[in-house]
Every structure is written in structure tokens, then in C-alpha cells.
Design a protein around this ligand. Structure first.
Ligand SMILES: Cc1cc2nc3c(=O)[nH]c(=O)nc-3n(C[C@H](O)[C@H](O)[C@H](O)COP(=O)(O)OP(=O)(O)OC[C@H]3O[C@@H](n4cnc5c(N)ncnc54)[C@H](O)[C@@H]3O)c2cc1C
Length: 490
């Protein structure tokens, strides 16, 4: 077989795929190009307009630094550029490709509307130079939008989506791809250290400590420095989780237990790939997506939920335009109470499980899945505040903020989405608290002022000086929410 490469010089454009192993675009560029470099383009104004907060941006940029170091060991350069907005990217890449004399561009596909538009514009800009652009499926197992119902529509309900996914792709191996092999030192010397581009931004090799208004260094504004960034940290977490996987189903709903993988920040910035997760779970489960080990099949189920929400974004792009999936829910008479919204954000609602969950989010940038459902239901049903405000607050705080999963989760909880919780099923936060944090261990961890209370009192404390009274009566507010949603049908 010939070793001839298709291109002399290729460029990999990295985005939320910050790993050297099992990175489809990097793998294909490595196979296809004699000489290879990578580029990352920060767009802080667009990120801000998408609601990205310090935490997710800090995780992204710190993971990028780790990736740059890993590539440098393989003598592959990673350039860093910054422009304010996505619409400046096509021209910038065009200049870069020309200056570096690149013959092909490789990237992994992204799916929200603005990202798709940017990527199409890049393809068009490089077409004028006759430079091909190859976008690969990498963030998901299969291309979003590729599974359709018998009538040709995108799935709106999870269970049939899952069944179709397993029927059509259940036998695929999804085996991870190898990292590029190290190139000789001379390879790096083929790429200039520094280039002046026509735009005000120049090509820099070291990743700056601040980007736009985002501080990313220790001591910067990001509060998630407790999360070790980058691919090796993500791989270690995945390996550690292997031992806990058999117990996942039994433990996953209890926030005081370390029962879930906590891989979401790594999956989100791409430090870990979904194929690596699937491989681990399928190995544990004898190659089966369902049945056999409860832990592994339950975790695979969650990975299919992740896939499902990415498909929804492609099949129903209106969700990217701030629209509810169910248009009639635009008529819900949402409360405009700033006081209630602030109490929710600050974890001062007087409902301990809600406040402890919000403290977890505000202090660590992450929240347990069961609690995401509880606090989202409390905001949208008990306080009757528009789900989009909660969605945005989560985007600003979460270290794993992902548009598709976040929008899907919020629309599910608010009963405005596809396959959403029926509007009349409103979580009772006190029952959730007693069921999933029976002894109050999680509440005590995040609300030290309640540490002295018994397991009986901690879910609904007696009046205390150090803790607010509940801002709403959950029974009455539940009734109000059900009426508001029921009236939409009239
Ligand atoms: C209101 C709300 C907002 C959410 N916002 C986000 C978000 O911004 N980013 C995000 O990654 N997840 C989000 N989720 C989904 C879920 O809560 C997190 O993925 C999960 O808590 C991450 O913890 P983990 O990595 O330990 O998950 P595990 O239980 O170990 O699951 C493994 C992986 O599967 C995926 N996954 C698990 N549950 C879901 C789900 N319900 N929907 C989609 N993917 C899932 C995640 O990538 C996760 O890392 C949200 C859920 C709700 C209800």
C-alpha cells in the first residue's frame, strides 16, 4: 500500500474537541497530510452572547493549554488566535491558510445554528482558494439528524429514538481512534513561530491567560480551578469510574454519593470522547447496549440521552433561537418577580434541597443531575419563572455548560419541550429531598447553618435565625402552575 499523503500541508481547526486521542479531525489530518499544524480561535464576544460563563470558558482554555503541550511533544504546532465574533472567523482562516500555504482544513462538526453558519461560511471562504474543508462526526456517535422515524421526521420522543439507535447502530464498535504519531523535530520547524495577519490579531503560539473579559489563569475569575483540566485528567476520571460503573444505576440519583461519572465537563470541552465512554461501558456489558449489567446499561442510556438532545438541535433548530419546542407555552403567564429569581440564584429560597443544590452550582460549577431537575422544576413551576432565565443562569455557571443538553434539560423540566415532563407532574422538593437525601448529608455539606438539624427536620426546617423562611408554599404554587399550563389548552 502506498504511503503517499493526499496533502503536503494540512491544518486542524480545534474547537470543543480538546484531546489528542480519538479526535477524528486530528486523526484524519494526520493520515492525510505530510505536514500538520493545529489552530484554535477564541471568539469571546460570541461566547458571551451565547451566555458562556467564566467556568466553562476557563475549562475550555485550560484544556487547550494541556492539548498544546501534548501536541508540542509530538512536534505539532498549535496556534492561538482571537477575534471577537464568529463572523470574523472565515476571513481570518482564509488569511491563515494562505500564509501557511495549507492545502486542506480539518475540523469536527458542531451543530447549534451559529456554529453551523460559521462553518458553512468557512467552507465558502476557503473554496475561493480551492482549499477543501472536511468536517467529521466526532461530538456524537452518529451524525445528528441521521436517524429518522418511518415517516422521515426527526424523533421527538426519547424511547423510540433509543430503540432506532440500537437497532441501526447497536452492532457498531465505535472504537476510539489512535493519537497522531510523533513527528520529527524538523516537522515543527516547517511552521513559523509567528505570522502577522492583515487583521489586528496575529498568530500566537502561547495561549494567553485572559481572553476577552475571561480570566483563565489560577487566581483569575474562573471558580472551577478545582476541576483538573485537560485530556489526562479526563481519562483518569473515566478509568476511576470503571470501578464504580456496576453500581451506577443504584447510586446515580443520590447527590451525597459519588455515584455518577462527573465526566460532563470533559465530554463538553472534548477532553474525553463519547466513543471512549461507550467503549468502556460496552466492554463492561459484554457488548450489549441494554440488559446484563444494570450499571453499564443505565449509563449507556444516559449517553443516548446526550445523543438525543444533539439530534434535536439539528432537527428542530428553532430551539437555538430561544423558542420553546411547544409554541403554545409562549403564552404561560410567567412571573416577573426579580426577588424570587434572585433568591433562587443565590440559594436563599428557604427550601433546603433547592438551596444546597444552588450552593453546589455556585461553589463548584457543577450540579448533580437529580438536583438539576429539582431546581429547574422549582423555578419554572413553583416560582413560575420563565425557563429561559434558568437556562441562561446555568449556562453562566456550569463548567459543563452545553447548549443541547442544557436546553433539553430545561425544556424537559418546564414541560415546554419534546418528551418533556407532563405539566401536571410537578416535583415536590420536600419529597425529593426525603427520598434522595434521606439523612440530609448533601444538605449539610452545602448548608453549614443547618448542620445541627436532625434527619427529620433538615428537609423542612423549623423557623431559624440563620436560615430564610420558604419563599413559596409548594402546594399552592404547584396548583397555580398546573392551572397556568392547563389554561393554554382552552
Ligand atoms: C435542567 C438541566 C440542565 C442540564 N444542563 C446540562 C449541561 O449544560 N451540560 C451537560 O452536559 N448536561 C446537562 N444536563 C444533563 C445532566 O444533568 C448532566 O449531563 C449530568 O448531571 C452530568 O453529570 P455526570 O457527568 O456525572 O453524568 P453521568 O450520569 O455520569 O452521565 C454520563 C454523561 O452522559 C451525559 N448525560 C447524562 N445525563 C444526561 C441528560 N439528562 N441529558 C443529556 N446528557 C446527559 C453527560 O454527557 C454525562 O457526562 C442538564 C440536565 C438538566 C435537568
Amino acid at each position: 500500500m502506498s504511503d503517499q499523503k493526499a496533502y503536503k500541508r494540512g491544518l486542524v481547526w480545534l474547537r470543543n474537541d480538546l484531546r489528542v486521542h480519538d479526535n477524528t479531525a486530528l486523526y484524519r489530518a494526520d493520515r492525510g497530510c505530510e505536514a500538520l499544524a493545529a489552530v484554535y480561535i477564541a471568539c469571546p464576544e460570541t461566547w458571551a452572547s451565547h451566555g458562556d460563563g467564566d467556568n466553562v470558558v476557563a475549562m475550555r482554555l485550560r484544556s487547550l493549554q494541556v492539548m498544546q503541550d501534548a501536541l508540542a511533544k509530538k512536534h505539532i504546532s498549535l496556534y492561538f488566535l482571537e477575534v471577537p465574533t464568529f463572523d470574523r472567523v472565515p476571513e481570518l482562516l482564509k488569511q491563515l491558510v494562505e500564509k501557511l500555504e495549507v492545502e486542506a482544513l480539518f475540523a469536527n462538526a458542531e451543530y447549534p445554528v451559529n456554529e453551523l453558519e460559521r462553518d458553512q461560511a468557512v467552507r465558502a471562504a476557503l473554496r475561493t482558494l480551492r482549499v477543501p474543508v472536511e468536517y467529521s462526526t466526532d461530538r456524537t456517535l452518529i451524525p445528528p439528524g441521521s436517524l429518522a422515524t418511518n415517516s422521515g421526521d426527526g424523533f421527538k420522543v426519547f424511547t423510540p429514538f433509543k430503540r432506532a439507535f440500537i437497532a441501526r447502530h447497536g452492532d457498531e464498535s465505535f472504537a476510539p481512534l489512535p493519537a497522531p504519531s510523533a513527528r520529527p523535530q524538523a516537522h515543527r520547524d516547517q511552521w513559523p513561530e509567528w505570522i502577522a495577519l492583515a487583521s489586528e490579531n496575529n498568530l500566537v503560539r502561547s495561549i494567553p491567560k485572559t481572553v476577552g473579559d475571561y480570566g483563565v489563569a489560577p487566581g483569575g475569575r474562573g471558580r472551577v480551578l478545582q476541576w483538573h483540566a485537560g485530556e489526562p485528567a479526563g481519562r483518569k476520571l473515566l478509568q476511576d469510574f470503571e470501578a464504580r460503573l456496576p453500581d451506577y444505576e443504584a447510586c446515580r440519583d443520590f447527590p451525597a454519593i459519588n455515584g455518577t461519572s462527573r465526566l460532563s465537563p470533559y465530554l463538553n470541552c472534548g477532553a474525553v470522547s463519547v466513543r471512549q465512554c461507550v467503549q468502556l461501558a460496552l466492554e463492561e456489558n459484554g457488548g450489549r447496549w441494554v440488559g446484563r449489567g444494570e450499571g453499564a446499561s443505565s449509563w449507556l442510556n444516559e449517553l443516548i440521552w446526550r445523543e438525543f438532545y444533539q439530534h434535536l438541535v439539528v432537527n428542530y433548530p428553532k430551539v437555538c433561537r430561544n423558542k420553546p419546542f411547544k409554541p403554545e407555552t409562549e403564552r404561560v403567564p410567567w412571573s416577573r418577580s426579580e426577588k424570587d429569581f434572585k433568591a433562587w440564584c443565590d440559594g436563599e429560597t428557604g427550601v433546603p434541597i433547592v438551596d444546597a443544590a444552588m450552593a453546589q452550582l455556585n461553589q463548584t460549577g457543577w450540579m448533580h443531575n437529580r438536583l438539576r431537575m429539582v431546581v429547574a422544576s422549582f423555578l419554572t413551576k413553583n416560582l413560575l419563572i420563565d425557563w429561559r432565565r434558568g437556562e441562561r443562569y446555568f449556562m453562566q455557571q456550569l463548567v459543563d455548560a452545553d447548549f443541547a443538553a442544557n436546553n433539553g434539560g430545561w425544556q424537559w423540566a418546564a414541560s415546554t419541550g419534546t418528551d418533556a415532563a407532563p405539566y401536571f407532574r410537578v416535583f415536590n422538593p420536600y419529597s425529593q429531598s426525603k427520598r434522595f437525601d434521606a439523612e440530609g448529608k448533601f444538605i449539610r455539606r452545602f448548608l453549614p447553618q443547618l448542620r445541627g438539624l436532625s434527619a427529620k427536620d433538615i428537609h423542612c426546617p423549623p423557623p431559624l435565625e440563620s436560615y430564610p423562611l420558604p419563599i413559596c408554599n409548594v402546594t399552592e404554587s404547584r396548583k397555580r402552575a398546573i392551572e397556568a399550563f392547563a389554561n393554554l389548552k382552552l
